[in-house]
Design a protein around this ligand. Structure first.
Ligand code: NDP
Length: 450
């Protein structure tokens, strides 16, 4: 049995019977059969259904959001915003997929030569619990619009969300089998990835899970896309607008109770403003309202599972042993970890060099642009960076020196359907969203007429 548990109350919400190998076989058979029809449908047909999915999400956002909140502890307002963002990505691909996948004529010595973008077939998605709707929709909307079909293995603690997402597509009128939720734990993933009917795989989650799935896919010569962890730096230069920057940095680190791959996890402050900024930042952090995630005014909920809060507690405590000082927080009660700020953090400490997946942030200071760049890049991850400065020229000069997949200036790193999203180094490979995301799972077919 796979259990859905409310991490705030500890209550068991639902028990899910795990799919057997026979169930998986039936699901893949159904997916393969529906793909034969689905790939022949027009963009306008798929687009109408995708817009219906968007309407369904908007109409029943409260219902869907409450399941998110109960299953993984996300404060309800943020859960509603997540469902609304899913509606947006459905609309975005409903409106743009046809143009993004239109055949492209290329002038060569042929009489006519062009590129076709053809769907691949059944794509498997292995998804995490931190944005249990968004992570799935940002895969599903482009994949289905491209003419593929999807099977989902959701994180074990958010199986109710997985079932609800399948329901969204059914309610929107998609053919049965276009998008199916498999109720399986991670042990069964290999069997599905290896199945001949599955053509490619995408995973969002930890480095360990990504490496393991990519190894299986690699052996089978199947395409994979990996969106893994991050340790984004929030870099505040001495000419930044401090008031606005403090607010943005607090959001960047503490929204979703700190459980986001693109959260700002390392606060790098120029020495000249470090003291003032720290004081202002601390004041805001101490005012964050923690409480029952179902209450509308709660901003900090609980971690999605108690073990995740324990992991964070260990990273903080180990860093303190190495010389970091706690300015606020540093206490845990079951799955709740209090918003925590540390200073005197150095690159060897766990809160700097590892991904911290919860409401804790370490402060490190720098004296020059060169030192800032060195600190930004001295992590195994490469998802994104935020630079805070009034000087566009300074930012522009720094960008080529940064190794990450995204650089945001005077803004937190966020995903937007119109912009590519993905990382470098241990943050993974491939891109989601925008025209790059929809082209990950297609056959880029060259056609040549002599
Ligand atoms: P995991 O990476 O273990 O889980 C993500 C997904 O991968 C889940 O569906 C999980 O299934 C599945 N999975 C896990 N291991 C394997 C495997 N060996 N083969 C196939 N599938 C697998 O994340 P955790 O929940 O354990 O979180 C641990 C840490 O991972 C976090 O603290 C954070 O650092 C990072 N993380 C990063 C995310 C991101 O957005 N980049 C999202 C979530 C976590 P199951 O739940 O059944 O194990």
């Amino acid at each position: 049995m796979i259990l859905s548990k409310n991490p705030y109350t500890g209550e068991t919400l639902q028990e899910h019977k795990e799919s057997t190998s026979e169930d998986i076989d039936k699901a893949l058979e159904k997916a393969t059969a529906v793909f034969r029809e689905w790939k022949t449908t027009s963009f306008s047909f798929r687009s109408k259904l995708m817009l219906k999915a968007s309407e369904e999400l908007k109409k029943n956002k409260q219902e869907y959001a409450e399941t998110i909140t109960k299953e993984m502890g996300k404060p309800i307002k943020q859960a509603i915003a997540e469902v609304e963002k899913c509606a947006w990505v459905c609309e975005y691909y409903a409106e743009n997929a046809e143009a993004q996948l239109a055949p492209e004529t290329i002038e060569t010595d042929a009489e006519k030569s062009y590129i076709n973008y053809a769907p691949l077939g059944v794509i498997m998605a292995i998804m995490p619990w931190n944005y249990p709707f968004w992570q799935v929709f940002r895969f599903a909307a482009p994949a289905l619009m491209a003419g593929n079909v999807g099977v989902l293995k959701h994180a074990s603690n958010v199986m109710m969300c997985g079932k609800n997402i399948e329901k969204v597509f059914i309610r929107a009128g998609f053919p049965e089998g276009c998008f199916q939720n498999l109720t399986i734990g991670s042990k069964k993933v290999e069997e599905v990835v290896k199945d001949k009917r599955v053509k490619a795989v995408t995973l969002t989650g930890s480095e360990g899970a990504g490496g393991s799935v990519a190894a299986t896919a690699g052996k089978e010569i199947k395409k994979s896309v990996l969106e893994l962890g991050g340790s984004n730096a929030l870099v505040v230069f001495d000419d930044a607008n401090l008031e606005e920057t403090v607010k943005t940095c607090v959001q960047a680190r503490f929204q979703n109770t700190g459980q986001s791959c693109i959260a700002g996890k390392r606060l790098l402050l120029h020495n000249n403003i470090a003291e003032k900024f720290t004081e202002m930042f601390l004041k805001e952090v101490k005012e964050l309202k923690a409480g029952d995630p179902i209450d509308e005014d709660t901003f900090i909920g609980v971690q999605a599972r108690e073990d995740l809060a324990k992991d964070l507690e260990k990273q903080v405590n180990d860093s303190v042993e190495m010389g970091a000082k706690i300015l606020t927080g540093g206490v845990r009660k079951k799955a709740f970890y209090a918003p925590t700020v540390l200073k005197d953090v150095t690159p060897e400490m766990p809160v700097f060099k590892e991904e911290t997946f919860g409401p804790a942030i370490g402060i490190t200071t720098f004296r020059s642009d060169e030192e800032a760049v060195k600190l930004i890049n001295s992590t195994q991850f490469g998802l994104g960076v935020s630079l805070f400065t009034k000087s566009r020229e300074k930012a522009q000069n720094l960008i080529p020196k940064i190794e990450d997949g995204a650089v945001f200036v005077n803004e937190l790193v966020k995903s937007d359907p119109r912009l590519p999203f993905g990382g470098t180094k241990k943050s993974g490979y491939g891109r989601e969203l925008s025209k790059f995301g929809i082209r990950e799972f297609v056959n880029i077919q060259t056609v040549y007429f002599k």
